[in-house]
Ligand binder design. Structure first.
Ligand SMILES: Nc1ncnc2c1ncn2[C@@H]1O[C@H](COP(=O)(O)OP(=O)(O)OP(=O)(O)O)[C@@H](O)[C@H]1O
Ligand SMILES: [Mg+2]
Length: 312
């Protein structure tokens, strides 16, 4: 039903349907999950028309209130991907979850990207090994994706390195607009394939450099919010996990308050379901602290980044 063609929406004209499809609204769910502002701009139609189309699509999909049993059923479909470290998994309630955004922030070298690469490998493992037997999409905004490192981790996980690379769809984002576009475009892959993980590494850096002056902070925030909403929508519709990284610098100059407060504020706000703060310890050791979760206690754990990958 959610995949049904949009011509079936009552009152939708042939022309409007065409425009909507060109703008990427190819199925019922994409329209039902949109907002009138977005839809009207995308298809060049009036706000009222857009609102009506969305409401019809929602009616057809019976969206709105639903018994909690339906919500439970949806939650029962949540899958988990192992990070490679059992203790880190335990802190996250069994690994990183589908239908949610997991954000890890920390200073350079704290392991954010390593975990992203490891998850892209691990999602491919069978369910009984902590994977989802699925593929990954990797949006690389810093040019730090390293296929050689993925191969090394694949070997470490006992997988065929060539096959593992084939199952990771990588795109380099050149600026924040491009990043947003890639998150929209990747729906084509999601529709055909078997993707259960999207990595955005890093989700914030392009936004930081594209919006430097103070006057544009609100714009940046709004655009970033929209981007994260879009990602959450993909997580819900396709039952997949979103893993995003966010570099923060520790500020030893701060005597009072939180010395790890990200410069520029917590620009991810409360959009991530799970938030983890990573920091370096001795050698290969890293410390992860869960700071925000709807149902898990706050906790801290030690893991390691080794040549074969992320481990206890
Ligand atoms: N092949 C490897 N073998 C062992 N450890 C490695 C290997 N590759 C990377 N590492 C470890 O991972 C660290 C880099 O971590 P990572 O790239 O995840 O940092 P990051 O948090 O993404 O930093 P940034 O904010 O700069 O992107 C290295 O300093 C090293 O300790
Ligand atoms: Mg990195």
């Amino acid at each position: 039903m959610a995949e049904e063609s949009i011509e079936k929406i009552p009152g939708i004209g042939e022309k409007t349907a065409e425009k909507l499809k060109e703008a990427g609204f190819t199925d019922m769910m994409s329209i039902a999950a949109s907002s009138s502002g977005v839809l009207s701009v995308a298809a060049g139609i009036g706000d009222d028309t857009a609102a009506k189309i969305i409401s019809e699509a929602r009616k057809m999909l019976k969206m709105g209130f639903e018994p909690a049993t339906v919500a439970l059923k949806k939650r029962e479909q949540i899958g988990k991907i192992t990070t490679g470290s059992k203790t880190l998994d335990a802190m996250l309630g069994g690994g990183i979850e589908t239908q949610a955004i997991t954000e890890m922030h920390g200073a350079f070298g704290s392991g954010k990207s390593q975990i992203g690469l490891q998850l892209s490998v691990n999602v491919q493992m069978p369910r009984d090994k902590g994977g989802l037997g699925a593929q990954a999409v990797f949006i690389d905004t810093e040019g730090t994706f390293r296929p050689e490192r993925v191969q090394q981790m694949a070997k470490g996980a006992g997988l065929d390195p060539k096959k593992v690379l084939e199952n990771i769809f990588v795109a380099k984002a050149y600026n924040s607009d491009h990043q947003v576009l890639l998150a929209e475009k990747c729906e084509d892959i999601l529709k055909q394939g078997n993707v259960k993980l999207i990595v955005v590494d890093s989700v914030t850096s392009a936004f930081r450099s594209d919006y430097t002056g103070r006057g544009t902070l609100a714009d940046r925030q709004q655009k970033l919010n929209r981007h994260l909403h879009q990602l959450q929508k993909l997580a819900d519709i396709y039952n997949l996990a979103i893993y995003v990284t966010n570099q923060v610098m520790s500020r030893p100059d701060i005597l009072f308050g939180d010395p790890t407060a990200p410069i520029g504020g917590h620009i991810l706000g409360h959009q991530a379901t799970f938030r983890v703060y990573l920091r370096k310890s001795k050698g290969e050791k890293r410390i992860g602290r869960l700071i925000d979760s709807p149902s898990l206690p706050e906790g801290e754990t030690v893991f390691r980044v080794l040549p074969e990958g992320v481990r206890d």
